[in-house]
Design a protein around this ligand. Structure first.
Ligand code: SF4
Ligand code: SF4
Length: 465
């Protein structure tokens, strides 16, 4: 029995579509079998919410009077890319502020815009007969710009490797703070809720698939960079209108000592067209395995220590070389679940219709290492050809603090419930609670400060007790 997207949309419009989340589907398939589950269920909703560095926004500022051909542009001192038309620029999530270093970056600018805050635009041009202005400074809000199109080259990784650290020093990475001597292991990805893990052969996800992007409407526009489905690392390129997005579904963030990023929320509906799709959406955390890599090695090919499933990772600890190592996630399962549930509700209420993809995504991709050829000397030696960026984000010292004078405080408005703090606290202050929410038992805090700069969203601080 095969169904069609058009047929499912008719049921959605009539309020009769059966929608379940990817967490609910495995039990249904187990009870009914894939054939009957495919007959019964119309849509499975998936969700993911994590740090997605390959994200950014195209902005069109409109023309000033007299006009300027913007050669360089800064938003709140974060430089945006301008090698396009006169007043278009791309603000990338990981670009750092020239005044605040990595404590504020492109992801924070995007969050500020969505939150309705004004940002300071500074631009320089070289002046032409048609664009005579050479310098400009103004303040703009999201409603002031003509277009603000989120355009993310690589989002929603199918799964991601686990990071740990064999060395004797703390490592600060895009996988968070890795404590010495296998002091913790961090992971990312939504496992059972991961959009692509629920459709690994890309039967239904393709160019034109309508998605929920940061709480607004977006679309899959192609396969993402480093798309490599053959190895289980497929990715998506997505796009959506920033003006429709909601502040709860994105967050500017900093991995202390590493750099800036943007937490992006994606909800993706999978139409259950046939038995094959029903079977693939029955995947569980236990079925998805990833490598545990030692980030203590600075080489590209980091040693793989073992394979581990998302089920084991979510148990709170894994064994590495006979040692129990605490695990925590840098993405938020709490938010991923919320996004999948919100999408389910929107479809049930007839507010979100599915699209038939215009073209399927390739099943062969490429994530090869770089081909490193020696550049011509003239280029390598050119002044400014290679820029050194200081690790300006090492602003919060991790020196031991006197115990007992300070305690932890969490700004719940900034916290995204990822749990990066969970594996950093040896006193059990931060814990995964019900439905993967992250709880704080502040009374147990010794004020050591170890977790504070491990929080990517800056939600943690020490306050006088
Ligand atoms: S306080 Fe903990 S759970 Fe909340 S955002 Fe920071 S690291 Fe994540
Ligand atoms: S500051 Fe408090 S909550 Fe943070 S790691 Fe130390 S004891 Fe745990």
């Amino acid at each position: 029995m095969a169904k069609s997207v058009a047929g499912i949309n008719r049921k959605i419009r009539a309020g009769k579509a059966v929608v379940v989340t990817a967490e609910e589907m495995p039990a249904l398939v187990k009870d009914l079998g894939p054939k009957r589950a495919a007959e019964k269920v119309d849509v499975v909703t998936t969700g993911t919410f994590g740090a997605m560095c390959s994200s950014g926004v195209w902005l069109n500022f409109g023309h000033s009077d007299p006009p300027i051909k913007m050669q360089r542009v800064w938003l709140n001192d974060v430089e945006a890319y301008t090698g396009v038309a006169a007043v278009d620029a791309y603000i990338g999530a990981t670009q750092m502020s020239e005044t605040l270093g990595m404590t504020y970056g492109g992801g924070h600018v995007i969050e500020d815009l969505v939150c309705g805050r004004k940002v300071r635009l500074r631009a320089e041009g070289y002046g032409t007969d048609c664009y005579p202005t050479k310098e400009l400074e103004t303040e703009l809000s999201l409603e002031d710009v003509n277009q603000a199109t989120m355009s993310n080259p690589r989002n929603a990784y199918q799964r991601y490797n686990v990071a740990t650290n064999s060395t004797g020093r703390t490592l600060r990475t895009y996988m968070g703070k890795l404590l010495p001597h296998f002091g913790n292991a961090t992971y990312s990805g939504a496992g059972v809720l991961s959009p692509i893990s629920n459709d690994p052969t890309l039967e239904t996800i393709g160019i034109g698939t309508r998605i929920s992007l940061c709480g607004g409407t977006g679309h899959v526009v192609g396969s993402g960079t480093q798309h490599n489905p053959a190895d289980g690392f497929a990715t998506l390129m997505v796009q959506g209108d920033l003006k429709t997005m909601r502040k709860e579904h994105l967050r500017g963030a900093t991995f202390s000592g590493y750099g800036c990023t943007l937490y992006v929320g994606i909800g993706l509906p999978i139409p259950v067209l046939n038995e094959k799709v029903a079977r693939s959406t029955a995947i569980t955390d236990a079925d998805i395995s990833v490598k545990v890599l030692d980030y203590g090695s600075s080489r590209r090919g980091r040693p793989a220590l073992r394979m581990v499933s998302y089920k084991e990772l979510r148990s709170g600890s894994i064994k590495i070389g006979g040692k129990d190592v605490t695990t925590s996630s840098v993405s938020s399962q709490f938010m991923a679940r919320r996004i999948a549930l919100e999408l389910k509700k929107s479809i049930e209420e007839g507010k979100f219709l599915l699209t038939q993809c215009a073209e399927r995504l390739p099943l062969q991709g490429s994530a090869r290492p770089m081909v490193e050829r020696r550049p011509p000397l003239s280029l390598a030696r050119r002044p400014g050809g290679v820029q050194q960026v200081e690790a300006a984000g090492e602003v919060r010292a991790s020196a031991p603090r006197p115990k007992g004078r300070e305690g932890i405080s969490r700004d719940d408005g900034r916290c995204v419930r990822c749990g990066a703090c969970v594996s950093l606290c040896k006193f059990g202050v931060h814990r995964y609670g019900k439905e993967q929410n992250v709880t704080v038992a502040a009374d147990k805090c010794t004020g050591c400060g170890l977790c504070v700069d491990g929080c990517p969203t800056g939600a943690l601080s020490l306050v006088p007790k």
